[in-house]
Design a protein around this ligand. Structure first.
Ligand code: PLP
Length: 449
């Protein structure tokens, strides 16, 4: 269906139908499953989500960076319809099919580096991260994994151990998998100019070596731009220095591009901004236009280390998800969405830097492409202000804009619009956000921008 591309509120937020569904939900769905928005979805497409009461929201979240090509991209819809009529499932481990192979070929072609590669497909980002660790351990014969402060790698037992933030992701869910060491990240807003990228890498490596010998480390796993942790973009030189230390020490360098991949940051993969070629790349989220799919892609010698039957899963590389992925990749390439993400980034950062200049509560504006964050702080300090972030996001939701928060302290607004959004709609979304910020906290009114 063609959804009119504008914001429209016809009831309160939430409206009566959403309220009725919320009551059913409370009685039927486990309490631990949270939701950002108080409304229930009916349709989505372009840059708009329509709720069950007919309210139309500007989507600045893309279902957490998943619907990068749009929530119902025409190519994806057509490809899935064709595949669902042919067969829904055979299990690639029982009777293989071409779609899985074609997705592997596409990922081998698109990920950084021209070396020989292989790919294995899974269902979720966390599952793919776990498999990257399995592959690195199998190839190196070593147990250890190095990860970073503010890291987010998923909700399974091993990936909870790799994730930094305690509440809500880990609280009450231990004991966790062992052999995980954690290092400080390069965080320019908090490090200041004294700690540049290479210096931050030395600091991180020193900390890793205090906790584990390099000879015991299978892999170093890092998000090239952190997602849930606050869209933290390390200082230039940080990633290349870590990658070369890994190379020198036989440690597999794994880029978790689950959130940053598939054009999101104005490059097909965020590692490209620094010219880093990872040994293994983990992808999910934006890979398949909203269908569940994830992948590990990387050096053939590493990928081929596990024994036959050692990798897989019942649904991994499901035929519908593979058809969707091929169509999503075609949409990215045909629609020049890498360039579109960069243009969206320019529009957002120009506007948000104006906001920062006018409002001392905006500590930092950072990120790349269609992955931009606003870190909110107590005026003129680096002290996080999560209450402000919550209030601004809630005000934007009431005004018909879907915006998410993130960060270890929950004080970061994150903007992840679908690349199918128009400039007009995006600008209106940013207007609402600016208005929400100005309207929050009368003690410190923002000057108009
Ligand atoms: C979302 C995310 C994951 C986990 O993906 P799921 O599909 O939710 O399991 C892992 N790593 C990063 C960087 C993510 O953003």
């Amino acid at each position: 269906m063609d959804i009119p591309q504008h914001r429209l509120l016809v009831t309160g937020v939430p409206g009566p139908r959403s309220l009725r569904l919320a009551a059913r939900r409370a009685a039927a769905v486990a309490f631990g499953v949270g939701s950002t928005m108080p409304v229930f979805a009916a349709h989505a497409g372009g840059g708009v989500l329509v709720d069950v009461d007919g309210n139309q929201f500007i989507d600045l979240g893309s279902g957490i960076a998943v619907t990068t090509v749009g929530a119902s991209a025409p190519r994806v819809v057509a490809a899935v319809q064709e595949q669902v009529a042919a067969f829904t499932h055979t299990c690639f481990m029982v009777t293989p099919y071409e779609g899985y192979v074609a997705v592997a070929e596409a990922l081998n072609r698109l990920t950084p580096g021209r070396h020989e590669k292989r790919t294995a497909l899974f269902n979720s980002g966390a599952e793919a991260v776990e498999n990257a660790v399995k592959i690195a351990r199998s190839a190196t014969g070593r147990p250890g994994i190095a990860v970073f402060d503010h890291a987010y790698h998923g909700r399974t037992n091993l990936t909870m151990a790799m994730t930094a933030k305690e509440t809500p992701y880990k609280q009450g869910f231990g004991p966790f998998a062992g052999e995980v060491v954690r290092a400080p990240l390069s965080y320019p807003f908090r490090d200041g100019p004294a700690v540049d990228g290479p210096a931050a890498a030395i600091r991180a490596i020193d900390e890793i070596r205090r906790q584990a010998a390099a000879e015991d480390l299978a892999a170093l796993v890092i998000e090239p731009i952190q997602g849930e942790g606050g869209f933290i973009e390390p200082a230039p030189g940080f990633l290349p220095a870590l990658a070369s230390w890994c190379r020198a020490n036989g440690v597999v360098f794994v880029a978790d591009e689950v959130q940053t991949g598939f054009a999101r940051t104005g490059a097909m993969f965020a590692c490209e901004h620094e010219g880093v070629v990872p040994d293994l790349v983990v992808t999910a989220k934006g890979i398949a236009g909203g269908l569940p799919l994830s992948a590990v892609t990387g050096r053939a010698d590493l990928m081929d280390a596990p024994q036959v039957g050692g990798l897989g899963g019942t649904y991994g590389g499901n035929p519908l998800a593979c058809a969707a992925a091929l169509a999503a990749i075609e949409t990215v390439e045909a629609g020049e969405l890498v360039a579109r993400a960069a243009a969206i980034g320019d529009l957002m950062t120009t506007r948000l830097r104006g906001l920062r200049a006018a409002d001392p509560r905006v500590g930092d504006v950072r990120g790349r492409g269609a992955m931009i964050a606003v870190e909110l702080v107590e005026p003129g300090t680096t002290t996080p202000d999560p209450a402000l972030a919550r209030a601004v996001a809630a005000a934007a939701h009431q005004q018909g804009v879907i915006v998410l928060t993130c960060g270890t302290d929950g004080n970061v607004l994150r903007l992840l619009p679908p690349l199918s959004i128009s400039d007009d709609l995006l600008t209106e979304g940013l207007d609402v956000l600016a208005g929400s910020l100005a309207a929050t906290s009368p003690l410190c009114p923002a000057r108009p921008v």
